[in-house]
Design a protein around this ligand. Structure first.
Ligand SMILES: Nc1ncnc2c1ncn2[C@@H]1O[C@H](COP(=O)(O)OP(=O)(O)OP(=O)(O)O)[C@@H](O)[C@H]1O
Ligand SMILES: [Mg+2]
Length: 412
C-alpha cells in the first residue's frame, strides 16, 4: 500500500508544507515542497488570522502543485510560550487477572485527570513507563499479572484559543489538522540518534521566534519547553545596535555573522550600503559578533536554566543536539559548549530522496520531522481528542473507544 504523509511546519519565519511517500520502512521520498515566507505569526503564535491563513494557503498550494497531490489533512507543528507541560502519574487497580488495553487506557485517563483548566487543550500524552505492583521499568504491561498498574506520563498542553486559531488558519487552506505536534518532538525525530535518545540528550531547535527544547532520557521524552526567543531577536539587536533596517541586519547576520567575538579579528571590517544612503559604511565584524554573541549566549543561558529547573541536567551524557535555522550561525556550537558545559553538536535532515535541494538545512528539521512522526505512530505517545473544540461538562476526559482502538494498533 502506498502511504502519503503530509506535514505543515508553521514557523515564525517560514511556512513549509511537505508531501512525501513512504517507501520501505525508513525511506521518505519527498514529492512536493511548498516554502513560503511566514506572515501574521510572532513567537510561534498567530497574531493576524488573515495574513497567516494566506501564507499557509500559498504554502499548501505550492506543495500541491509540485506533488500533483491534493492535500486534505496534515500534521501541523506547534510552538509558542502558551505551551506548557507537566509530569503526571496515573494509578488504577487491574480489572482482571492480567493487564489489558482497558486497564492501560484507564491508567492514562487517571494520569490525565490532573487539573487541566478548561482553557487548555492536551496536545500530547507521552507514556514514559509503567509499573505493576511497584515494579518499575515496564515498557509494555499488556498481558502481565498484577493488582495495581501505574503509568508515568508527560502531558503537554497548549492554550485552547491559540490552538483553535491555528486550526482555523490551516482549515482556511482547505486542510484538516490530523494532529498537532510540538516543534521539538518533530525535530527530534530527525536529529536524534537512537543511542542519544537512550543515553539522555536535549534537542534544541532555535528558529526565528522560538527556541524549543525536549529532553530525552531512557528513550522517552521527559521534559519539553518552549522559549519565546530566537534568531529574529538576534536580527533585531543588530538592527538596533548598528542602526540598520531589519532586512539589512538580517542579511549581514547571514553573511558576516559569527557567534564568538573573541575569534574575530579586531581589525576585520566589511562595508555595506545602508538603504537610502549614497556612501557605504564600514562595519567592524567584531562589533557585529559582539552583538550576536550577547543574545545567543542569553538564549543558551535561558535554556540551561530551564534544563536545571527540570531537574534532568545530570542526566544528559549525550549533551545537546542543536538544530533550527539559527543553528547555522557560525561559531554557535562552540559558544553553546562554553555556556552549557556539555557536549553539543548541530544536526539537520539527512538521507532524503526526491525534491530535497533546500531541505538539507537545519531550518527544515521540524518540517521533515513531521513526516517522520506521521510515518511511525509513536509507541509512547497518544494525542486524544485533538479534534474537539471544547469538552462538555461530565463528558469523559478521554474518549475510551478511540483510545482503545489506538492502543490496539500499537500493542501486540
Ligand atoms: N546561516 C545563518 N546564520 C544565522 N542565522 C541564520 C542562518 N540561517 C538561518 N538563520 C536564522 O534562522 C531563523 C529561521 O529559522 P527557522 O526557519 O528554523 O525558523 P522558523 O521555523 O520559521 O521559526 P520558529 O520555529 O521559531 O517559529 C531566522 O532568524 C534566520 O535569520
Ligand atoms: Mg521552526
Amino acid at each position: 500500500m502506498e502511504e502519503i504523509v503530509v506535514g505543515i511546519d508553521v514557523g515564525t519565519t517560514k511556512i513549509c508544507t511537505l508531501v512525501a511517500r513512504v517507501e520501505d520502512e525508513d525511506v521518505l521520498r519527498i514529492l512536493g515542497v511548498g516554502i513560503e515566507p511566514s506572515n501574521g505569526i510572532r513567537k510561534g503564535i498567530i497574531v493576524d488570522l488573515d495574513a497567516a491563513s494566506y501564507a499557509i494557503t500559498r504554502s499548501v498550494e505550492r506543495a500541491e502543485q509540485s506533488s500533483g497531490i491534493e492535500i486534505a489533512s496534515a500534521l501541523v507543528s506547534m510552538a509558542g510560550a502558551h505551551v506548557s507541560s507537566i509530569n503526571s502519574r496515573g494509578v488504577v487497580a487491574i480489572s482482571g487477572e492480567v493487564v489489558d488495553d482497558y486497564d492501560i487506557t484507564r491508567a492514562l485517563e487517571s494520569a490525565r485527570a490532573v487539573a487541566i483548566p478548561h482553557n487548555r487543550e492536551v496536545i500530547h500524552i507521552v507514556q514514559r513507563g509503567f509499573s505493576i505492583d511497584g515494579q518499575d521499568g515496564i515498557r509494555s504491561p499488556n498481558g502481565m499479572h498484577g493488582y495495581r498498574l501505574e503509568v508515568e506520563t508527560h502531558i503537554i498542553t497548549a492554550a485552547a484559543a491559540t490552538i483553535e486559531n491555528l486550526r482555523q488558519c490551516v482549515g482556511a487552506a482547505g486542510v484538516e489538522v490530523q494532529q498537532f505536534v510540538l516543534n521539538p518532538l518533530a525535530s527530534a525525530e530527525v536529529v536524534l540518534t537512537e543511542n542519544e535518545r537512550q543515553m539522555g540528550a536535549a534537542v534544541c531547535d532555535i528558529g526565528g521566534g522560538t527556541t524549543d527544547m525536549a529532553i530525552y532520557v531512557d528513550g522517552k521524552v521527559w521534559h519539553t519547553m518552549v522559549l519565546a526567543v530566537g534568531g529574529n531577536h538576534v536580527t533585531a539587536d543588530i538592527a538596533h545596535g548598528l542602526r540598520l533596517p531589519v532586512a539589512q541586519a538580517e542579511e549581514i547576520k547571514l553573511q558576516q555573522g559569527y557567534a564568538l567575538r573573541a575569534e574575530v579579528g579586531a581589525e576585520d571590517y566589511f562595508s555595506i550600503r545602508p538603504f537610502g544612503e549614497d556612501k557605504p559604511v564600514q562595519i567592524n565584524r567584531q562589533e557585529l559578533a559582539h552583538i550576536i554573541e550577547a543574545r545567543v549566549e542569553e538564549i543558551f543561558e535561558l535554556s540551561l536554566q530551564e534544563i536545571k529547573r527540570s531537574g534532568y541536567d545530570g542526566l544528559l551524557p549525550a549533551g545537546m543536539i542543536l538544530t533550527g535555522g539559527t543553528s547555522a550561525l557560525e561559531g554557535i556550537r562552540k559558544l553553546a559548549t562554553e555556556v552549557l558545559g556539555f557536549p553539543v553538536r548541530t544536526a539537520q535532515p539527512e538521507n532524503l530522496v526526491g525534491m530535497v535541494d533546500q531541505l538539507h538545512s537545519p531550518a527544515y528539521s521540524t518540517s521533515v520531522g513531521l513526516l517522520r512522526w506521521a510515518m511511525k505512530i509513536h509507541e509512547n505517545e497518544i494525542a486524544f481528542n485533538q479534534g474537539r473544540k471544547s469538552r462538555a461538562k461530565g463528558e469523559p476526559l478521554m474518549n475510551l473507544d478511540a483510545a482503545k482502538n489506538w492502543l490496539k494498533r500499537l500493542l501486540p
